[in-house]
Every structure is written in C-alpha cells, then in structure tokens.
Ligand binder design. Sequence first.
Ligand code: C2E
Ligand code: MG
Ligand code: MG
Length: 564
Amino acid sequence: MEQLLCSKGFSQFYDVLQEEAYGIEAVDIQMKKALPFVADEIHLGRMITELFAPSSVYDPKGKEICTEIFCLPDGYENTPQIESFQTAENGKVIITAYPRKGYVWNEAERKAIHFLAQNIYCVCGRARLMGLMRQATVTDSMTGVANTDGFMQFGGRLQAMGQLSQYEGLFINIKNFKYINQSVGARVGDKILFLYCQRISEFLSSDEILARLGGDNFVALIKKERQDEILSFLSDVQIEAELDSGDSQIFHLRAKIGIYLTGEEDTMGQVMNGVTVAYNMAKHSVNHDFVWFRPQMMEQTMHDKEISIIFPQAIENEEFIVYYQPKVTLSDNRLCGCEALVRWIREGKVVPPMEFIPVLEREGSVCDLDFYVFEHVCRDIRKWLDQNMEPVRVSVNFSKVHLHNQKLAEDILRILKRYDIDSTYIEIELTEMSGYEDFEALSEFVKCMKENGIHTSIDDFGTGYSSLNLLKDLNVDVIKLDRSFLNHIEQRNKPDEIVIKNIVHMINELNMEVIAEGVETSEQMEFLKDVNCHMAQGFLFDKPLPLDDYESRLTNDRVYEVQI
Ligand code: C2E
Ligand code: MG
Ligand code: MG
C-alpha cells in the first residue's frame, strides 16, 4: 500500500483534490477528473458516491445524491467494497467501489480502497462545509431566503450586466405582524415568516429575488412587467400555520410596500434608498398600502431628518415654549380650564406644532417633547399656586406613541409629585385611536390615571374609526369634539346638527364631560348651548396665549364677553 501511496498517479490524484470546490456537486466533478490517475494502479472498475443529507434551512428538502464518479467502458466485477461514513449533521456518505472485470482485490488493495474512500469522504465534507458557509453568508438563517448581502450581490450582478433597469425594488413590511406574533407566540410567528417567504419565493421567478432584512422587513427585486400580478399577490398572502395548541389557523398577511422603479443609471444603493423612502411614506399613510417613490419624497425625508437632528439641541436650549388656550363653560362664559399647546421659537419665528410634531411622532422623540411640555406646565402651576393665582385645570397633549411606554403613568405621577401639584389641576389628552392593541394600552393607562385622580380626555373625537366603542368601553372623563364637526353649523345643516346633538346627548348620558374645539363664531356657540354641550374652546374666546397673556386671564375676572 505504501508503494501505491508514493506513486506518481496518487500524487496527481491529490493535486486535483487540492483544487477548491464548493458544494458536493463540485466534488463529484472533481472526483471524475482525479480518479483516472489511480484507477489502473488499484484496478478500479467503477465507483459511486451517495450522499444522504438531512434537511437544513439552506436546503429545506434535504438531499439524496447518487453519482457515478468512475466507470470503465468494458465493465466491472459485481463484488463491491462498501465504505460508509457519518456526516456531522447526521447524514451519510456511502462510497461503493467495484474491481475491474476479472479482478479480485487482495488484502493490501482492499486497504488502499478503504484509504482512498476515507480521503474522498474528507474532501466531500470539506467541500460541503465550504459550500454551506458560502451560502450562509448570503442566506437568512430563519427563512432560507437571501439576506441583505445576498440581495446586494444579486442586484450588483444585474447592475454589472446592465439589466437592473428592467427591475423594480420593493420594501415589504407585514401589517400588524407584531400583534400576530404576540397572539400566537414567537415560535409560531417564526414559522409564519418562514412560510410567508416560501410562498413568495415560489411566486417569484428564478431571475427575481426576495430577501429578509430582519424582523418582518423584506426587500425584493421583481421584473417591471410582473408588477401588477406580484403586488396583487402580496396584497393578501394566506398562510396556514399550526398553532401550539395543535389546531391550524389561516393568517391573511397584508403588507405595506414602498416601490422604486429603477432608471437606466441607477445603482443598488439608490434602489435601497428609494424603496426605504417610499416605504416610510406607505407606513404613515392611512389610505395607501403601496406607495411609489417620487423625487419630492426625498425633500420631505431631508426635512424630517433635519428636524430630528436639531431637535435634541433645541430641547436643551429650551426653544420650545408653552402657550395656553382657555376653555370656557358655556352657561356663564367663565374660564374653566385650558389646554397647553407647544410652540417652537426657531430663529425668532414661531413654528406651529403641525410642522414638527408629526415628524417627531414618526421617529419617537415626541415623547421627550411631551414630557418637556408637561414639566413646564407643572412648573407654571406651581408658580401660580405660590403666587395665589388659583389655577384652572390644564390639559396636556400626550401622543399615542407613549402608549408603548409601560412606565408612562409612573413617569407622569413622579413629575406631579416633584412639583407637589394636586392631580385635579391636570388632564391628559390622548388622540383617538383605531387598533385594539392601542386600545388595551390606552384603557390600562386611563384606569391608572383615574385611580390617581387625574382626568383623561379623548382629543379630536370623531376623526378616528372606533369612536363609539371608545365611548362605550373607555372610562375617560372628557370627550373633545373635533372642530370639523362645527364646519357647517352656520348654514344650520340638518344632518350635521343631528349628529352633534346626539353625540353630545350620548356623552352626557354616559356621565362624561364634553367640550367642543375650534369654536369661532357666536352661532356655533349658540348651537352648542342648544344641544347641551357645556364647554367650548376656540378663537371666539381666545387663541392659544403666551404665558403672560394667559396669566392676565387668570388674574382678571375670568368671564368672557361674547357679542351675539
Ligand atoms: P389639538 O390638541 O387638537 O389642539 C387644538 C388645535 O386647534 C390647536 O392647534 C389650536 O391652536 C387650534 N385651535 C383652537 N381653537 C381654534 C379655532 O377656533 N379655530 C381653529 N382653526 N383652530 C383652533 P395647534 O396649537 O396648532 O396644535 C395643533 C395640534 O398639535 C394639536 O391639536 C395637538 O394635536 C398637537 N400638539 C400641540 N401641542 C402638543 C404637545 O405638546 N404634544 C403633542 N403630542 N401634541 C401637541
Ligand atoms: Mg389637544
Ligand atoms: Mg383637538
């Protein structure tokens, strides 16, 4: 055997094996090249390799490959020597060797065959491992589709071949996936994501690609001419998954999608930017799930970015100030409360909240702003109390983004305590919401505020979707009717009047307070009195006032004279 190993044929055989090979198929090709160098010396007639590999995410179906890697044309003796080896992931490699026709291997040759098979097994293992490693760097381990690197490589190749402009990019996010995950548990949630990817991959053709960025965020490159059918498919992907209980459930996965139509000169970087910007628009759009990129969106994004970059410094510089807008009781036109409304004094100009609050809501820092306002309000109330200026209840706007903060109530109570302020001076305004998930957090928060004697109100009531359920199920103290309700009151528009009248009636019956926002005319005021709406806020009485002006309202006789 030693003689055999030192032979020229064997050294040539090993030279070929040293060549790089990735994946078992590549090894088989290599073997076919290498074996003829030793076949004569070991009297080999035929050799086959069989691989039994269990499934993995990289290869969900598992593998059974049987390849003939050597065979002499004039036949072989059917007295095989079978060598079997275990692979690391519980698979098997079986190598079967047959002597050439009319030959019987002696003991030394049998040992040589065994040794040869061991070598082949080692090379197979190394190549499979290298193949898997190479694949792992471009594959998402949970779903088996490409990862970001795989996506960029795929797109990069299209770009290099000048074919990228035949494609459009998609940024896909599953709507409400967080809640599906919460309700079925993470294990089933992962399975749903896996099946979702499989379904989409089956729908895509081999020259298209889906990749997972992480969580429930995906990107895809699809052929432009297939846009309609693919978007229609993605608008409702049905997945049947087995729950922990053993029952199956069908999930309708709908998506928010940002779309970028590539141009001739585009790079993959531009595609990624474009889909992300378009997706951000889709994410915040109430009416549209699919949004196509437009260049103007870039300006909006830059504007948003600029605000979020300068915001922390602006807070630090105390560039935000609190205005107070009085609320009045309609029976006697007396000041009965006020709303704190923030203003940004930027380079000498007053910036209204609608120019920056939506941006801060999108990226979460609105919470810092709300607490800043709340703290300033507490500070002002403390000052009024110390100066014997009896305050009225101040309502402070809290964005719904806060509902993700489980310590929200605790944080509010701590600040109140720090300024030693009675809870009756504070009201928390929250905007109407639609999803039940928001509702649960909202309901919990309202309950906690109530237990601590703090009023809560639903702001802009009538602009969301679940108004009536909110009234019924949420134990808030005050409902603020959105000012759009008053739009047609001057014309004494019957349907509008009927709606307001009955809503006010219902709120009164439920023992909640009701206040109308945006009251601008005495006709509106008279109408509100007629329908038993007891409070109002609006330009008819006062605009939002800077601190000094508001303080003079507190110190004067607090009654408004309104011309009818
Ligand atoms: P909102 O909470 O519904 O506040 C009422 C808005 O209506 C205020 O706009 C007020 O100036 C305006 N308004 C009051 N009376 C009248 C009227 O008679 N006619 C008209 N046309 N408008 C009237 P503003 O101050 O521009 O605030 C806009 C929104 O910005 C607020 O709506 C609120 O949602 C948000 N906001 C303001 N301050 C804060 C804050 O500190 N935190 C948060 N999260 N949001 C805030
Ligand atoms: Mg408000
Ligand atoms: Mg409002």
